[in-house]
Write a protein that binds this ligand. Sequence first.
Ligand SMILES: Nc1ncnc2c1ncn2[C@@H]1O[C@H](COP(=O)(O)OP(=O)(O)OP(=O)(O)O)[C@@H](O)[C@H]1O
Ligand SMILES: [Mg+2]
Length: 259
Amino acid sequence: MFEGATLECRHLSKSFPSAPESTTVIQDLSLRVQPGEFAVILGPSGCGKTTLLRTFSGLLRPDRGEVLVDGRVVHDVPDDVGVVFQEYNKSLFPWLSLERNVRFALRGLDRATAAQRARDALARVGLADSAHQYPWQVSGGMQQRTAIARALAHQARLVIMDEPFASVDAITRIHLEVMLLDIWTESRFSVVFVTHDIEEAVFLADRLFVLSGRPASLKEEITVTLPRPRDLLTTKALPLFQQLRERAFRLIEGGEQAS
Ligand SMILES: Nc1ncnc2c1ncn2[C@@H]1O[C@H](COP(=O)(O)OP(=O)(O)OP(=O)(O)O)[C@@H](O)[C@H]1O
Ligand SMILES: [Mg+2]
């Protein structure tokens, strides 16, 4: 039976000797994401979120500490981990159609199976009719949906997403958030979603990890018990939503210490 993966990092630290201001970007960060959980990492701009996700996905070695997926130390991008990058315009190949971009993640499979899986994944993100278009022919939101389809197509048990909706307009963003929740509800892979947007973080999360400014360390872990399914109007009108938003805001903006 399909089950989302666990992700754990223990005492993670990472420095870039050439980085401006502070060379330490991540400092002694530990957290754990449970199977099937929607975890959101919320941190201010420039605090080290992308660096953290690169260490989670095995693209970058930590200086200290370790990352484990299902209890195994990560050295390379694990097979069943899908990554959606912050800059969608750099993550798709412009010379490949949307379908072939998705199929790129399925190179080990025979052609017919890969094509079917790619079409299914595109259909799940509402792009069945655009499969043969090229990234430069479609909107930013559609490109980001293609990147999500690529992560879904190889049946990832853990999907790591780096501010995937930061560069699309506000209305598209709301649609994409709800679409992502729908897909996750059906499939129950684990998600690690990074954002600096407080509303987005509270709206999506089961568990919210709030980071400090650079060097990033864990300020607070908040369990978000808002009922599911969530939707834009009812969820955001709940008193609990307002309370959580305020709590996260104080942690991020006010420099409040962890309690
Ligand atoms: N490969 C690298 N070499 C040197 N410095 C780096 C490298 N990658 C990131 N940095 C530095 O680390 C710091 C954190 O960068 P990072 O991109 O992880 O932050 P972020 O929270 O993702 O930022 P944003 O909110 O802009 O997406 C920055 O000061 C950046 O310049
Ligand atoms: Mg970033």
